[in-house]
Design a protein around this ligand. Structure first.
Ligand code: KG4
Ligand code: ZN
Length: 411
């Protein structure tokens, strides 16, 4: 990090690049939080037939898309000369290493060509911080509680993909709870597949649509972890209960008639009710835990719900009830900024740049050097990267720093 933080204002232009999983995203955001241009290439069709994200196919798709996506974001922002940018921010973890690299290499090339500082960004931090872009940094000021609900389709990201955090400042997060097994988005996707839904547009949205037709009290699936008075999550048991119900009441294959459609909708709605009840119970407790951690005179500004699953209307509705019971505003970024996107990375870049948390521009020689050469600037990707320290009361599974290849936080 450079010593004196640069001035970050309306003239600051940060390009953000996101390639950590299956979406190639880029956007330009100003220092005062105006989104000038955004572009996204989704890979859902590519991975659909494999039932999950296939890393090397994802990397190839990122490589095919990245230049056009960056060019599109710049074009929409009206930036014909990238030298006008103030910095390039890029997701460096957690995520699939080979996918992260595509974004990092693109950022390094732009950095070298146009003498731009690089701002390394944590994917989940970006999911949380985009709430401050959406709601404003006054309404969503530190400290706040954030529920981050994403997909976690890769091992590297699983435990980080369903999180409750106390956000105290940029790079300063206390993990109050995380998932012990599946991420919530993963549970949606797997349940959608078990219900035979076309997951082309993503399993979550398809399941949400089917659930709208069903009775959410028709199946009494157990709410997970009721006996554990902490803020961790578990979705594996619920997934199994749903699978058993599907096997019992729907069997495999078969024609869809009105009755089976109704059963499927009932299962979808009941799954969603329980999955979201679990979220609300953990979030209510997390507000109490967070309040206990605050210093005298400090108060939470709001409850943020972000990440892909936060685009779900039932999730937003039920969490708004939790927040109002706690007398806190609920902040949910617009759905397109909840799923993976370039805007959240650009904004996280703005916030970090303002604190001087950037790296010097790459040189052409560093970028041109072969990957094995000592002159090559390393591509520091962090496939597993904890967002912060775990609260003493949180019991969720964490691997040792060694096996998890944990990188030191950048701040
Ligand atoms: O944050 P995100 O875009 O990518 C990751 O970082 O994982 O989250 C993707 C996840 C997927 O599992 C997707 O099915 C889920 O978010 N999702 C939804 C909805 N939209 C996306 N889940 C439930 N309801 C939705 N409307
Ligand atoms: Zn994400």
């Amino acid at each position: 990090p450079s010593s004196a933080p640069p001035r970050v204002d309306a003239d600051t232009l940060v390009l953000g690049i996101e390639t950590s999983c299956d979406d190639t995203g880029a956007a330009v955001v100003t220092g005062d939080g105006r989104v000038l241009g955004e572009a996204l290439a989704s890979q859902v069709e590519i991975h659909e037939r494999w039932g999950g994200v296939v890393p090397n196919l994802a990397r190839d798709a990122h490589e095919r898309a990245i230049d056009a996506v960056v060019a599109e974001a710049l074009r929409r922002a009206g930036i014909d000369d990238p030298s006008r940018l103030s910095a390039v921010a890029v997701t460096v973890g957690p995520g699939l290493t080979m996918c992260l690299r595509v974004g990092v290499v693109a950022a390094q090339e732009l950095s070298a060509k146009h003498a731009l500082p690089i701002v390394p960004v944590h994917h989940m931090e970006a999911h949380a911080l985009v709430a401050r872009l959406a709601a404003g940094t006054t309404r969503c000021r530190f400290p706040f509680l954030a529920l981050l609900v994403s997909g976690g389709h890769n091992q590297a990201r699983s435990i980080l993909s369903t999180l409750l955090i106390l956000a105290r400042g940029i790079g300063n997060y206390v993990i109050l709870g995380s998932t012990l097994d599946d991420a919530l988005g993963e549970a949606y996707d797997k349940t959608a597949r078990l219900l035979g839904l076309n997951v082309g547009g993503g399993g979550g949205p398809a399941l949400e649509a089917l659930a709208r037709e069903g009775d959410d009290a028709s199946y009494k699936f157990p709410v997970p972890l009721r006996r554990r008075k902490d803020c961790d999550f578990s979705y594996a048991g619920l997934k199994t209960a749903v699978r058993l119900a599907i096997e019992r009441d729907l069997g495999v294959g078969g024609e869809e008639d009105a009755a089976t459609r109704r059963t499927r909708a009932n299962i979808a709605a009941s799954f969603q009710r329980v999955a979201v009840t679990h979220l609300t119970e953990r979030t209510s407790r997390a507000v109490e835990w967070a309040n206990d951690l605050l210093d005298d005179g400090e108060t939470l500004s709001c409850v943020v719900v972000a990440g892909g699953v936060a685009s779900n209307a039932v999730v937003r509705e039920r969490l708004s009830e939790v927040a109002s019971r706690c007398a806190l505003p609920l902040v949910t970024p617009p759905p397109r900024w909840c799923v993976d996107n370039g805007v959240m990375v650009a904004w996280a870049g703005v916030e970090r740049l303002a604190l001087g948390l950037s790296e010097a521009p790459c040189t052409e020689a560093q970028v041109a050097a072969s990957p094995s050469s000592a002159n090559r600037r390393d591509v520091p990707t962090f496939p597993r990267w904890p967002l912060g320290e775990r609260d003493d009361r949180a019991t969720g599974h964490v691997k040792s720093a060694k096996t998890a290849r944990i990188a030191a936080p950048l701040t």
